[in-house]
Design a protein around this ligand. Structure first.
Ligand SMILES: [Mg+2]
Length: 222
């Protein structure tokens, strides 16, 4: 029986999807419990709609003030925390000439080592670049739609994706990509948000099940 890939392109979220960690939380843990708690409170406030996402992005960076060594360490942590089965799926997609993109609100320089471990070119990674202050600390983000609400949709709509396209992620900002993609798969191996899952076309707790679905024959979202 013929099985091919039912998508011409796939867009992956990174934190809590391709990797088991959240980069900002991981960085804040290196600063001790006070900073870690403050950062998590800001994230929670943003998810509850109490603070604007772009304000939260700036305030979290100011609290953590990561330096080059922190970003490099996070890059290694991402590679170590890769989801089981994710490298196999990405290799299979590339073997089938499916276009793969990583689109993340995370820190681009920290995500690049992970992308390279998958054999992806840097140009396939869309995330937030940081700018250093006078002390060499990355306390501000370069202007990017990915540091604000709705940014993933803006970026993905501009990629000129080959269709049909699939987005895979765990968050509401991943679900919001769907007007620019044809299907959204909720990945719940690390975090499960009912508001995301109920509106997804499919839900997967691991990458081998996702791989079977992507390379299957049914088209369940039609
Ligand atoms: Mg995520």
């Amino acid at each position: 029986m013929h099985t091919g890939c039912r998508f011409a392109s796939v867009v992956f979220d990174v934190d809590s999807t391709l990797v088991a960690i959240e980069g900002v939380d991981w960085l804040s843990d290196r600063r001790g419990p006070a900073v870690a708690d403050a950062v998590r409170q800001l994230t929670s406030d943003a998810m509850a709609g109490l603070v604007r996402l772009d304000d939260v992005y700036r305030r979290r960076l100011e609290l953590i003030a990561p330096g080059p060594a922190d970003i490099a360490a996070l890059g290694e942590a991402y590679v170590d925390a890769v989801a089981p089965g994710a490298p196999d799926l990405l290799a299979r997609l590339r073997a089938h000439h499916v276009e793969v993109f990583l689109v993340s609100g995370g820190i681009r320089d920290a995500i690049l080592p992970l992308a390279r471990s998958f054999g992806l070119q840097d140009a396939r990674v869309h995330a937030v670049s940081l700018t250093a202050d006078a002390r060499g600390r990355f306390t501000s983000a370069a202007p990017s739609p990915l540091a604000a609400a709705g940014g993933k949709l803006t970026v993905v709509a501009g990629l000129g994706l080959a269709r049909p396209a699939l987005a895979v992620g765990d968050g509401i900002t991943d679900l919001e990509m769907r007007p620019a993609v044809d299907a959204f798969a909720a990945f719940t191996g690390f975090a499960r948000r009912p508001a995301v899952v109920t509106r997804a076309d499919a839900e997967f707790v691991d990458f081998s099940a996702l791989s079977t679905w992507i390379f299957g024959e049914e088209v369940p979202w039609r």
